[in-house]
Every structure is written in C-alpha cells, then in structure tokens.
Design a binder for this molecule. Structure first.
Ligand SMILES: Nc1ncnc2c1ncn2[C@@H]1O[C@H](COP(=O)(O)OP(=O)(O)OP(=O)(O)O)[C@@H](O)[C@H]1O
Ligand SMILES: [Mg+2]
Length: 283
C-alpha cells in the first residue's frame, strides 16, 4: 500500500474473543460427533437421540451429551427423565437408558422439568466442561453431543476444549431457505474453530400422506443436498416428516425402535457415518 493512503471498506478478519482452553481429562472415547444447526427446532435432539440408539443397536457403546443447558430434552426423549445421577470413583455415572445409550444432561440436575436454568455463558461453559471431564465415558465408541441452536457458548466450549477428540460436526437443517442460510453460519463456525464437518442431514424433508401415499413437500425439499454439494461436504441423508417421530419423542421411546421407515433411514445414515469415521485414526 502506498505511503499515506488509507485502506477502507475492508473489515478485519473475524477473531475469537474467548481464549482457547484445552481439556486433557476427556478420555476413553473413540469418536465424538457434534450435532448442530443454525436454526432452532429443526430436529437436532430428535436426530441425536435416534442416531445414538441406531448406533447402539449396531453394537457400539454410545454416550449422549445433552449440551442444551437451558432446554435439556434428551432425557425425556430417551424415557429417563425421572432418573437420578450418582457418582463412582469421583466421576459422575451417565444415566443408562434401556436403548443402550448412556446420557448426561442438565435435566438430571433440576428439581423438575419446569425449572428454568438462568445461567450466563461462564456457568454454561463450566457445566459443559464437567459433562466432558467429570463423567465416566471410558470405553465408549461414540459420544454424540446435542447442542442448542446456533453457534453460542456451548458449542464454542466443546470445540475449544476438545479440538483433537472431536471428529466433526453434523449439521441438521430443514429445507426452507432461512434454515439453509443459517446452515452456512455453522459451516463458518466450523471453519473458524477448525472443526471438521462430517456432513449434513436434511430433516423434515417432505411428508408422505398416510391416506393417499402422495408425497407433499411441506418445507420444500432437496436444498440440503445442493448446499452440501456447493460447500463440498457430504450429504448424509433425508429424513421426511414422520408422525411416529413426534409421538415417540414425546413418549420417550425413540422412533428407530418403533417405526420401520425411521429405523431404515437411520441405519443408512449411521452406516455412512461409521464408514466415514472408521477411516480416521484416533488417539
Ligand atoms: N422427521 C421428523 N418428523 C416429524 N417430527 C419431527 C421430525 N424431526 C423432529 N420432529 C419433531 O420436531 C420437534 C422439534 O424437534 P427437536 O426438539 O429435536 O428440535 P431441536 O432442533 O433439537 O430443537 P431446539 O433447537 O429447540 O433444541 C419435536 O417435536 C420433534 O418430535
Ligand atoms: Mg434440541
């Protein structure tokens, strides 16, 4: 740049204001998968729970971290919301569900499900750190981490605490334009924090009418595939709107255990993930 001239209209490169803090205590887990979305309510928790149960039914030892501190849904979806935590050898034992998935969640620490958690970022970071470090995850093949929507404190905490242990992010989207746009923010997050992207899942993608059998694209369809292609990431699959999924989330019985269509879709997605991650050497 010539002397005396001022460069304008160029914003500084984005920087992270939170200093990285690496954890050395998160041990015994072969693969850690982060489930994120830019937008709320797209089905992250449903996906995390059903993916976890699907992997467990394939014979893997699976853990689930409910990283949604303010809105923990995973215990209810796994039918274990009434269970209590206990400790062994100074570690918290995750709650065992009958579907072969052990889960840790803020939900187990609240007096009842209507209790609001009103915590600022620093406290949420502390809770996430405990979920990683102070919980017994020894001998686990997959830990799935279910985040609240967006790229906030919880996701930053995990990405910075265990950068080496994290296999990458799975982005859940629904096919509306706004959800697709928000997915790009997660891609941006992953790039900035140097976390790999395992792939993208399009949830609530079309609806097959149980009466006439016709497929209706309530939120459009196919946007996920094109976003995956244009960003050079893997498309892991489409999950349609399946009424059984709503019923089973509410009743604490994951749909992969009750609905054949859901089971098959999740088996295909799980197989893709296992295949992709098994090529990756782990420490
Ligand atoms: N494929 C699907 N078919 C039908 N209903 C679905 C499907 N996926 C999710 N749902 C329903 O949509 C609602 C929202 O799902 P879920 O709680 O998993 O979203 P989320 O992304 O975790 O939300 P949040 O951003 O609040 O954490 C739930 O009632 C769930 O049962
Ligand atoms: Mg959720």
């Amino acid at each position: 740049m010539p002397k005396g001239s001022i460069k304008v209209n160029e914003p500084p490169p984005p920087t992270l204001t939170v200093p990285p803090e690496h954890s050395t205590k998160y041990k015994g887990v072969k693969h850690t998968i982060l489930v994120m979305s830019g937008k709320g309510g797209v089905g992250k928790s449903t996906f995390s729970v059903n993916l976890a149960v699907s992997l467990a039914s394939m014979g893997y030892r699976v853990g689930l971290i409910d990283a949604d501190i303010n809105g923990p849904d995973d215990p209810k979806m796994l039918g274990v919301s009434e269970m209590k935590l206990y400790a062994r050898d100074n570690l918290i034992m995750p709650v065992q569900s009958k579907y072969g998935v052990s889960v840790i969640s803020m939900g187990f620490m609240l007096p009842n499900e209507n209790t609001a958690v009103i915590w600022r970022g620093a406290l949420r970071h502390k809770a996430i750190k405990q979920f990683l470090e102070d919980v017994y995850w020894e001998n686990t093949d997959f830990v799935i981490v279910d985040f609240p929507p967006g790229t906030g404190d919880e996701a930053i905490s995990v990405a910075q605490l265990i950068p080496e242990a994290t296999d990458g992010v799975i982005i859940v989207i629904t096919p509306q334009e706004v959800a697709l746009l928000d997915a790009k923010k997660v891609l941006n997050f992953a790039e900035m924090l140097k976390v790999k992207v395992i792939g993208l899942v399009e949830n609530m993608s079309g609806f097959v009418c149980p009466h006439c059998g016709n497929e209706v694209d309530i939120f459009k369809k196919g946007g996920g595939e094109s976003i995956a292609r244009s960003n050079n990431i893997d498309f892991l699959g489409r999950i349609p709107i399946i009424p059984e999924i709503v019923n089973s989330s509410d009743s604490g019985v994951p749909a992969v255990t009750t609905d054949r269509t859901t089971k098959k879709i999740y088996e295909e997605i799980s197989t893709k993930i296992v295949k992709k991650l098994s090529g990756k050497p782990k420490g």
